[in-house]
Design a protein around this ligand. Structure first.
Ligand SMILES: [Zn+2]
Length: 125
């Protein structure tokens, strides 16, 4: 089962004089999850290879392309052990409780905008 891990981060405002404590939610995959994710990725790419069979002309490229890309995508998916989910905390500017959606492979520190007051916001460890 995938589990959620919470790590402490800090929300800073644009001038850096105000900051608040926040939480980073990380989804952690165990070996069963990573295997399932890899198999799903492989299945999807091979399904796309099969689906592109009737496309005259393009199937010379698409079918072998998806067929080869399947195992590569599966290995890449298998290597991912944890993904960022979101960070939550209090905005240093408007003092509202906010949640910021994170990309799976985000690099911290990250600049974004407060969803409530639209002021620049930096998320750092
Ligand atoms: Zn705000």
């Amino acid at each position: 089962m995938a589990q959620t891990k919470i790590e402490p981060v800090v929300f800073n405002n644009s001038s850096g004089d105000k900051s608040t404590d926040a939480q980073l939610h990380i989804t952690v995959f165990d070996s069963k999850d990573t295997t399932m994710r890899a198999l799903k990725r492989l299945g999807l790419f091979w399904l796309l290879a099969l689906a592109s069979l009737p496309i005259i002309g393009a199937h010379w490229v698409l079918v072998p392309g998806f067929f080869i890309a399947g195992p590569i995508a599966a290995v890449l998916a298998y290597k991912v052990k944890e993904v960022f989910d979101k960070s939550s905390g209090v905005c240093p500017e408007c003092r509202e409780s906010i949640e910021v959606k994170m990309e799976a492979k985000e690099v911290l520190p990250k600049w974004t905008y407060c969803p409530k007051c639209n002021q620049p916001l930096q998320i750092s460890r």
